[in-house]
Design a protein. Structure first.
Length: 171
């Protein structure tokens, strides 16, 4: 009982401390409960930390969008992402509506990426905003394709739905 009381007393006193030095001194006997980590160990910060500086010769230095940094070589990134999406889609049945529609869009965009070397013209041909936004959309589509593959959304439902389930509007 005495051990539990001292343990709880230490936890309560640690939460009341405001100085970082005192917090570290008291938290050391508590083990790994309180860890010091730099700001760059935070996953949110690393996600939005600029990867590298853009060369001064690049046609734009900023996207103008917070957290979205300029990609100097977008063709390479898009080819990698689109290739991954197509490989994921190949694992789905050929009759899947998601596979058919997504494959059509991705193959069309991949052809544009391979034919157009100028980034600004490529942005105009794709018509979905800046090329960095297109890369971000591709990454999100890859996550969606993997989720559809994992859930096997093309398979029939395990139970037959109620007859009124798909009726709209619900009364």
């Amino acid at each position: 009982m005495r051990y539990l009381y001292s343990y709880l007393k230490n936890i309560i006193s640690v939460t009341l401390m405001t100085s970082m030095n005192q917090l570290v001194k008291i938290s050391r006997p508590l083990g790994r409960m309180f860890q010091q980590r730099s700001m760059y160990d935070n996953p949110y910060v690393t996600r939005f930390k600029q990867k590298s500086k853009v060369s001064p010769n690049h046609f734009k230095q900023s996207t103008g969008l917070t957290g979205l940094f300029v990609v100097e070589y977008p063709h390479r990134s898009l080819k990698i992402i689109y290739g991954r999406i197509l490989r994921t889609l190949e694992k789905m049945p050929a009759t899947s509506i998601y596979r058919i529609s997504t494959e059509n869009i991705i193959k069309n965009r991949l052809a544009l990426v391979e034919e157009e070397a100028d980034i600004q013209k490529l942005e105009a041909k794709i018509g979905m905003g800046q090329i960095e936004e297109v890369i971000q959309q591709g990454e999100l589509e890859l996550q969606a394709a993997r989720a559809v593959l994992e859930s096997k959304a093309w398979e029939p439902l395990p139970e037959k739905p109620a007859p009124e389930q798909w009726r709209w509007p619900v009364v």
